[in-house]
Design a protein around this ligand. Structure first.
Ligand SMILES: [Zn+2]
Length: 478
């Protein structure tokens, strides 16, 4: 089955035909680095990581480009308001460049923990100011943009036919969320900023033909994607909340400048909510990944996110997370038993197993059907069921288990990026070790060797494990 992708342009699944196969150029809007990554980041970048992995697995040579927004993204996502990074710099009393770098490092740290592969090119907006100025100059020359007496440059939306063809919004629809005053030097309210004049106190500013200023948010993605991939990209990705205004603006300014189609396939991942509500700092349900990882295995989060198809909304609740944890442990333990059974063994025949081949095809079909990880994970369990039955068979067919093991490693590790540590659940082992140590201590107590038994108790306590001696039994909490 050929790979089909739901294209946000047509709002239909389309067969994937890259411009110049086997090469694929994929650009995904990266984070604005003014805070530690949160759950929403985890979803977006895990989703595109699996898309990247699957395209490579399917034989494509992918160039994956992701930007780092370190300037120009204003509070409220439109043209007025403070720069998000500058605002945070004032809060933390640091230079904006320090803030951007601090949170860029934090972003890549969390992505590594989530086993998200690094993009082939990670590029910062501030490193591409010259190219942005060049693109803006071109848009002014072609009369798609205009300068104002305030020193701003705007894109003139009415000069571009088909503006907002991605979001299909009408010009009079207003932005949801924060109300920001419309700049009074715009010719038309829907025009958007390409370059903004900086006041003296604005911390990040650059020289330009229009005076000192800084770029608008959208221009960076057009510039960096076209610089590293070309004027037409095979795939552009991002969160659904980026469709308007960000992606509509990217399309308008890129196509107005080049006269070519900017994007072939636009992929958007759906929202992540927490307990049914949009996640927000003011709502008290804002989940920072570093906090979450103190109590949750990042691979469980990855598994949880992939259990839901990227185009469906995902609601983060404790109950759903608990059940994902159980499901993941089951998967991990089955993979562990399979790995153990085939360790050091080699195949003695090249026999094909129809039941395994059918399931393998089902997994790949699910991935080819718009990267349906939800269905492919369900198939994984079916494959492991075959493996578990074989493992219990007195005359187990090692060749069959080796075949299954190869498939599982390919699917779980390479495509879904679930890092199995080849161990039974860590918690399991820790519990058994603690119980074993308690048993040793009880032996010392019976021998009235209280010095040794107290040392063990104190050592466990220093690790955060408290033991309690009852008349019948010793219990512990941690
Ligand atoms: Zn972007």
């Amino acid at each position: 089955m050929p790979l089909k992708i739901y294209n946000s342009f047509s709002r239909e699944k389309e067969e994937f035909k890259p411009i110049n196969p086997p090469y694929v150029g994929m650009y995904v809007c990266g984070p604005t680095v003014y805070g530690h990554p949160h759950l929403g980041h985890a979803r977006t970048y895990i989703v595109f990581d699996v898309i990247y992995r699957y395209l490579m697995h399917s034989g494509y040579k992918v160039k994956y480009v992701q930007n780092i927004t370190d300037v120009g993204h204003l509070v409220g996502d439109v043209d007025e308001g403070e720069d998000k990074i500058q605002k945070q710099a004032k809060v933390e009393k640091m230079d904006p460049v320090e803030i951007a770098y601090k949170y860029e490092v934090s972003y890549f740290d969390d992505m590594q923990v989530l086993n998200v592969l690094k993009p082939d090119i990670s590029c910062r907006a501030t490193g591409h100011i010259i190219e942005m100025i060049e693109l803006i100059k071109k848009l002014i020359e072609k009369k798609h943009a205009y300068t104002t007496n305030k020193g701003n440059v705007y894109f003139s939306v009415k000069t571009f036919k088909n503006y907002a063809r991605l979001s299909r919004r009408k010009a009079d629809e207003t932005m949801e969320g924060e109300r920001i005053e419309i700049a009074d030097d715009k010719k038309s309210p829907e025009d958007f900023a390409l370059w903004k004049k900086a006041d003296a106190e604005h911390l990040m500013q650059w020289d330009s033909p229009w005076g000192k200023g800084y770029p608008g948010w959208h221009i960076e993605c057009s510039v960096m994607s076209m610089k590293y991939i070309g004027e037409t990209l095979d795939i552009h990705g991002g969160g659904i909340d980026n469709i308007f205004p960000h992606h509509d603006c990217e399309i308008a300014q890129s196509e107005a400048a080049t006269g070519k189609t900017f994007i072939k396939y636009f992929i958007h991942n759906n929202m992540l909510t927490v307990d049914g509500k949009k996640m927000g700092k003011s709502l008290g349900n804002f989940i920072i990944l570093k906090e979450l990882f103190k109590k949750l295995d990042p691979m469980v989060l990855r598994f949880y996110i992939l259990q839901c198809h990227y185009a469906s909304p995902l609601d983060f609740t404790q109950a759903a997370l608990d059940s994902a944890k159980q499901g993941y442990e089951r998967l991990k333990n089955s993979v562990f038993s399979l790995n153990k059974a085939v360790e050091g063994k080699t195949k003695s025949s090249s026999e094909k197993y129809d039941d395994v081949e059918t399931l393998k095809k089902e997994f790949l079909d699910a991935m080819d059907d718009d990267f349906n990880t939800s269905r492919s994970i369900a198939v994984l369990y079916e494959i492991l069921k075959v493996s578990n039955i074989e493992l219990q068979n007195k005359n187990m067919d090692i060749d069959k288990l080796i075949v299954i093991n190869e498939i599982i490693n390919d699917f779980v590790d390479k495509i879904l990026g679930l890092k199995m540590d080849n161990k039974k659940s860590q918690d399991d082992i820790e519990d058994k070790l603690i119980e074993f140590i308690i048993q040793l201590r009880n032996n010392y107590r019976k021998e009235k060797n209280y010095k040794a038994s107290d040392d063990i108790r104190d050592m466990l306590l220093s690790l955060g494990i408290t033991i309690k001696d009852d008349q019948e039994k010793t219990t512990y909490t941690r």
